[in-house]
Design a protein. Structure first.
Length: 233
């Protein structure tokens, strides 16, 4: 996907990017490719692939939920997808990026500072630890291809305000959605929407899952990391 194709496809998402946002995305690409040699941030290195599989893919979240003016937490932000892309394209949104890897956090701060992204806060912490201290604070929590769905729900739901949303950005989730109803019950969430689509040009499958939180989450969750990965909820 070249720059012009990116602009056209983003318009199809009902997003119009002005010159300032497009310039910042280009600068982000340049920083990513330079710093990737130090921090091993992504295996996707061609400009066309970064614009498609990172920038455009991050913005597909708008297929299922509104981003502007939301207070958002991005769990496991990695090199900033979708968090930094959303911060650039929706400056009225407030983003907190959670990343446990210190080197990746250093990179995120480099991008934040060089692009003067005043709407971004970066936390070098594990998601389950952050969620023990920060409860019911965000309108929207999202995670993109970070961990199994049931783990993401336990990390993310405690952070969401009651009646707020958790969005999982996945590829094929058929297997991950099997035998997960107990997580819905214990975390008191309902699945409100599921959208499947293919990325343009290379046609890989993507799935967006939209969960609404119904009541305040029990302080039992999230559990310690060892329990999350070893024991069902």
């Amino acid at each position: 996907m070249n720059r012009e194709e990116f602009i056209d496809e983003v318009k199809a998402l009902s997003i119009t990017l002005d010159d300032d946002k497009l310039t910042k995305l280009e600068e982000y690409y340049q920083i990513l490719t330079t710093e990737n040699q130090k921090y091993n941030l992504t295996r996707i290195i061609s400009k066309e692939d970064i614009y498609l599989k990172h920038f455009y893919d991050s913005l597909t979240i708008t297929k299922i939920i509104t981003i502007d003016n939301q207070k958002i937490c991005d769990i496991g932000s990695g090199a900033g997808f979708p968090g930094l892309v959303l911060a650039i394209c929706f400056p009225n949104a407030k983003l907190t990026l959670i990343e446990s890897n210190g080197k990746k956090c250093k990179f995120l701060n480099i991008v934040k500072d060089k692009l003067s992204l005043s709407n971004v806060e970066i936390k070098n912490v594990r998601a389950e630890e952050y969620a023990k201290d920060v409860r019911e604070e965000y309108d929207l929590v999202t995670a993109r291809a970070v961990a199994p769905l049931k783990h993401l729900l336990e990390y993310g739901i405690p952070l969401v305000k009651t009646k707020g949303y958790f969005i999982a950005m996945k590829s094929n989730v058929t297997e991950e959605m099997q035998n997960i109803e107990n997580y819905y019950h214990k975390l008191d969430i309902t699945i409100e929407d599921k959208i499947e689509f293919n990325l343009p040009y290379e046609h890989s499958l993507r799935t967006l899952l939209k969960y609404q939180k119904q009541t305040q989450t029990s302080n039992k969750y999230p559990r310690k990391y060892a329990d999350i990965i070893k024991k069902e909820i």
